[in-house]
Design a protein around this ligand. Structure first.
Ligand SMILES: *[C@@H]1O[C@H](CO)[C@@H](O)[C@H](O)[C@H]1NC(C)=O
Ligand SMILES: *[C@@H]1O[C@H](CO)[C@@H](O)[C@H](O)[C@H]1NC(C)=O
Ligand SMILES: *[C@@H]1O[C@H](CO)[C@@H](O)[C@H](O)[C@H]1NC(C)=O
Ligand SMILES: *[C@@H]1O[C@H](CO)[C@@H](O)[C@H](O)[C@H]1NC(C)=O
Length: 208
């Protein structure tokens, strides 16, 4: 084995890496992506304990309006934005929840019982992010670009206050809606969070 890797060897292995990674990026819900999403799903089912019981009553975090991203938003954007693709919505989901996890971690001291939980969610989430196409090669519709710009702009003046539990509820439900093909075996069609009648019927349960 070589001890020191030459730039050429690096380039070679780098290119080989691209060849390996590309098919994963193109398939919208590859088996590895689905596996990571299902782990994230399992961990997110613990959110009530870590985000509600471990926090003071009615504790809220300040977020941009656009960081409130629910299945309802997905339905609305799908009906309003022409030429919208799943990839665009997935990028919004990635950007929103990257920020959401940062917001939650920022208010937690390292010894807080919810810190490790949130940290491991972030870890799982980053794995999912690596498997989705990078935004460099991405040209979203104007409305989507606007949403992303607002989220990235710390001076944009649209703020709201929301509980950490609600943030993770949105994280969970929008994931189940956007990547429903990864969950169709585990959960039957009527449990698809994109289904409007689903969240109307389970409204009271969702608000707990
Ligand atoms: C979350 O996932 C990680 C990695 O799979 C695991 O080690 C951890 O125990 C999980 N945490 C909870 C609370 O489920
Ligand atoms: C928490 O919020 C609910 C609903 O807004 C309110 O009824 C309740 O009094 C609040 N509790 C505390 C401790 O502030
Ligand atoms: C989702 O809808 C809420 C209003 O219900 C809005 O404040 C928020 O900006 C929307 N989020 C996105 C990402 O469009
Ligand atoms: C939506 O959910 C309802 C029940 O909650 C179910 O009867 C219906 O088949 C579902 N529709 C779709 C398109 O999945």
């Amino acid at each position: 084995m070589m001890v020191q890797t030459s730039p050429c060897a690096l380039l070679f292995w780098g290119l080989l890496g691209c060849v390996w990674v590309l098919p994963v990026l193109i398939a919208p819900s590859s088996p590895t992506l689905c596996t990571s999403l299902r782990t994230l799903n399992t961990n997110l089912t613990q959110r009530r304990r870590y985000m509600k019981h471990n926090f003071p009553i009615n504790y809220t975090i300040r977020v941009h309006y656009e960081e409130v991203f629910k299945p309802r938003n997905i339905t609305r954007l799908k009906s309003q934005v022409e030429g919208l693709e799943d990839k665009d919505l997935q990028e919004v989901w990635l950007l929103v929840n990257k920020e959401v996890l940062k917001h939650i971690l920022r208010v937690l001291p390292e010894r807080h019982p919810s810190y490790r939980y949130t940290f491991s969610l972030q870890d799982l989430f980053l794995k999912v992010q690596q498997m989705l196409p990078s935004p460099d090669e991405w040209e979203p519709p104007e409305r989507i670009q606007e949403i992303c710009d607002r989220i990235k702009d710390p001076d944009y003046p649209g703020w709201t206050f929301i509980t950490p539990k609600s943030l993770l509820d949105n994280f969970y439900r929008s994931m189940r809606c956007l990547f429903s093909d990864c969950f169709s075996i585990q959960y039957p069609e009527e449990l698809n969070y994109c289904n409007v009648s689903h969240w109307l019927r389970h409204k009271s349960e969702h608000q707990t």
